[in-house]
Write a protein that binds this ligand. Structure first.
Ligand code: GLN
Length: 488
């Protein structure tokens, strides 16, 4: 076991601050572990060895000059999902389309991290354009789950989860459009946080479905995630959906107290083909919360079952428009051989997009076509409103909601991710949270018979991050983080 890379991020930062460790020493250890383990997991698309060394030297100088005293994570290495733009470092979205795309600017989240002295060490794998739940649709091949390499790490932010679990990064960023932070976090035994829509700037995030997308952190503990959230959240004039709310100090919510907290458990989440081990684990979680003094109540939320249908209509409609810019002219891949402009568009897009991306673009274009707009898109938007209202009613009664994170643990790497029925069904627990713009956090709560991690999800009302952070923190005191038993 590497004593440095297995440490929680906040502990590492305090050792750097106290001069027990230097930033370069930490980075050297981190890069060593990355290169050793990468052949096992295939989680990095780009490792930024030289660039990270440069950042480390500068950050050490800033720390020595006392400039980063208030920064909770100065000197800590972070991995970034490869759909978030990094200046002068290629940003591929795990697609042949953007295989050689090098942005000339940093996303707002990257700027904020660098200003706080966090060291960006690499770009990590995902499903192509964040479409999927396994990393199997990545042009660069799937990543592996550090708990068992025969299983997927989940997705779409599978690389972001895999690297933190495998200690190839202390923390990471992912994006969540319909569960893509929370689901891989639960498959890899981590904490994954999807903030309220509008809390974190999307400027520089390659859009999948802009009304649903939100960037958020992965960590081994809720405290590490919260520290990242403190850095990356806040109003950004460059993102028109970014919200200006005053108090962003989430760290003050790290309090071990859920007495009298009212927790609602939607019944629907429990009776849809839930894996037996997950149900048992979930029942134990409920007891833990009750023993800590929370009041847990089961209740009905029937409209959520329409979530996946509404989600796919809306997200595919938005994706078909977001991805229209990849036409072989302005960005990305261009075919070698074409006859006129239409042929250039057709061939470039046909050759560079994978099957899942094409499927969604076609579905999205269809639902917005003549006559279909009313029948599909508009109806989905109405369902979205009903789901939002149903959540608001729930939050009139409860402080937070609690559910299993996923219907199963991480599937075998050979599972058929092209079966829409199976794939879309398993997303029921996640997508409605995005449709309603709510914050959700996935935290580890145990393991199934195969030894794979199980996660639960805590959902809060809009801008009520602090309540789910408090509940997650209290829970973590009873069930602390466990590293994968497979790690040396
Ligand atoms: N798995 C979901 C999908 O395929 C979620 C994607 C995401 O959140 N980026 O759409």
């Amino acid at each position: 076991m590497n004593d440095i890379t297995s440490m929680p991020a906040l502990m590492l930062a305090s050792k750097i601050k106290n001069k027990e460790l230097s930033v370069t020493e930490v980075l050297d250890q981190q890069l060593k572990v990355i290169h050793e383990r990468e052949p096992l997991y295939n989680s990095y698309i780009t490792i930024m060895d030289d660039e990270a060394q440069k950042q480390a030297k500068l950050v050490q100088q800033r720390i020595d000059a006392g400039e980063l005293n208030d920064s909770p994570l100065a000197g800590v290495p972070i991995a970034i999902k490869d759909n978030i733009c990094t200046k002068s470092v290629r940003t591929t979205c795990a697609s042949k389309m953007l295989e050689n795309f090098v942005p000339n600017y940093d996303a707002t989240v990257i700027e904020k991290l660098k200003n706080s002295g966090v060291i960006v060490i690499g770009k990590v794998n995902l499903d192509e354009f964040a479409m999927g739940g396994s990393t199997k649709t990545s042009y660069f091949g799937p990543s592996k789950n550090p708990w068992n390499t025969d299983h997927v790490p989940g997705g779409s932010s599978g690389g972001s989860a895999s690297v933190v679990a495998a200690e190839q990064a202390f923390i990471s960023l992912g994006s969540d459009t319909g569960g893509s932070i929370r689901q891989p976090a639960s498959y890899c035994g981590l904490v994954g946080f999807k903030p309220t829509y509008g809390t974190v700037s999307r400027y520089g995030l390659v859009a999948l479905a802009p009304s649903l997308d939100q960037i958020g952190p992965f960590g081994r503990t809720i405290s590490d995630c919260t520290a990242v959230l403190d850095i990356i959240s806040g109003h950004d004039p460059k993102d028109s959906s970014s919200v200006n709310i005053k108090n962003y100090s989430y760290m003050e919510a790290l309090v071990n107290d859920v007495k009298k907290m009212k927790i609602g458990v939607p019944n629907l989440f429990l009776n849809k083909d839930l894996d037996e081990d997950i149900l048992n684990c979930f029942t134990e979680v409920v007891e833990i919360f009750e023993n800590m003094g929370a009041e847990v109540e089961y209740f009905d939320m029937d409209k959520l079952k329409y979530g996946p249908q509404a989600y796919y209509v809306i997200s595919c409609a938005e994706a078909s428009s977001s991805l229209a810019r990849f036409d072989g002219v302005r960005y990305g891949y261009r075919t070698n051989d074409y006859d006129g402009l239409t042929d250039l568009y057709k061939k470039s897009r046909s050759e560079a997009f994978g099957d899942e991306v094409k499927r969604r673009i076609m579905l999205g274009a269809f639902t917005q076509g003549p006559g279909n707009y009313e029948a599909y898109y508009n109806k989905a938007m109405k369902v979205r409103r009903l789901i939002y209202d149903e959540y608001q009613e729930a939050f009139d009664k409860y402080d937070i909601l609690l559910s299993p994170e996923s219907l199963t643990t991480a599937p075998h790497i050979n599972y058929n991710n092209n079966d829409p029925k199976d794939k879309y069904r398993s997303e029921m627990l996640n997508v409605s949270v995005n449709l309603a713009g709510l914050p959700g956090v996935s935290i580890p709560c145990g393991r199934d018979k195969k030894g794979l991690p199980i996660g639960i999800q805590l959902i809060g009302n809009r801008f009520d991050e602090k309540k789910i952070i408090r509940a997650a923190y209290a829970f973590e005191q009873v069930k602390p983080y466990k590293r994968p038993s497979t790690l040396i």
